[in-house]
Write a protein that binds this ligand. Sequence first.
Ligand code: ADP
Ligand code: MG
Length: 437
Amino acid sequence: MSELCIKVDQLRVIYNQGKSNEVRSLDGVSVEIYSQEYVIIYGPSGCGKSTLLYGISGLQAPTYGDVIVSGKNLAKMTKKEKVQFHQTNVGMVFQAFYLIETLTVLDNVCLPKVFRGESLVERREAAMKLLQRFSIAEQADRFPSQLSGGQKQRVSIARALVNNPEIILADEPVGNLDSESAQNVLDIFKEINEVDKKTLIMVTHNPEHLVYADRVVYMKDGKIIREDINRDKRPAEAAKKDFITAPEDISNELRLLMRTFKNLSLQQVGVLLIPFKAKQLMTHILSELTEDQTSAAENLLKEFLFNNIDEAGFKSRLDLDSEKGGAGWNKLRATSFVDRAQEIIKVADQINKNPEQALLEISDYLISEHHLKLDTEALLRFRAFIKMRLENKVDRFGLQQRLDFSIKLGGAGLYSGTAEKVVRELELMMLLNYSAQ
Ligand code: ADP
Ligand code: MG
């Protein structure tokens, strides 16, 4: 079972405290990281990611709060202990590499070993092994200026690993690399976590990286605002401490339903889902009717989804007075409601029938329904992101993020509110389309 490796407790880092230019770089951050976890710290520039990483590494002293790494409180260490901690417990990788230009590649990698009293031969052997592993042994006698960015970063990873520390901290390690080198470095990190079993914390502002981590910690304005778990490697008690997010979203409720119904056949679940579908579709389309009018309509919607009444019957029953068994709406509203429901159901229906066609239709529908103005690039991304969601390669939050992010950051550039609405509607379609085949 994995153990608590890093505990950051109410960490505050305040620059220029009490002065007019005071900056709360970290404003009460608490996080616990367990051995062998791969955690990404994610957030916009200036939110405090680097400060948190440096706080964990001991390079940044807390203004308030505690950082405990491998059972040691960093603030209580003597200078000597801190130096030793730095050499043996953590390895760091930076965006700007920080290689020493006047030393060869091999000597750069050996550097953290110099103070440990090992012989030159021992040091070089360990370093060469890492250079070989990362396919840069041929560059051993070169100087950093003679290397590509990707090669430099592999040298600095080798340097971070040479003393075999338990923890690797990486601050935007692929921020300066072309996409191929970046991929290579991300693969190396994955391997360091999975094969070498290192606890890995990586800082990034690129949403495409998030899938690599076991856990993603989202930061904003010096605070942690959210955590996502891709794979929970923590012991059960730690996982339990997580706050449960409100079951506002369909997928959560749906997941709950699926769990509740786990002994039933798919066929049965499909039937049991109908009222739930009706309810979701209902609240989606309207919000301004009385409760009675709403619940009568919801019942009709159920009948409609069960195919017990047809479109015309649905419209006329909605319009009918409640005393006569109707929902007491007026004709105009009944017509527009049924048309809208029909439209969503029709588009959702496409999903299983013809995925390619569905992708185009759903995208076009969402674009026109939400009045999206997308240029060619944004349109391609929009469709690609919708496709990822339909194929369940991202969850609703992943989709929302991708839609929300600016074009420059690899997103589709929608306004946050719009991205949220688009996601909600797509989730609804996916729910409507869920059927027992
Ligand atoms: P990130 O890595 O997320 O981009 P940083 O942790 O580098 O953010 O910085 C967080 C905030 O702290 C920023 O507003 C930054 O300007 C400020 N900051 C960082 N270092 C210092 C410093 N030495 N003096 C004053 N402000 C600083
Ligand atoms: Mg930074």
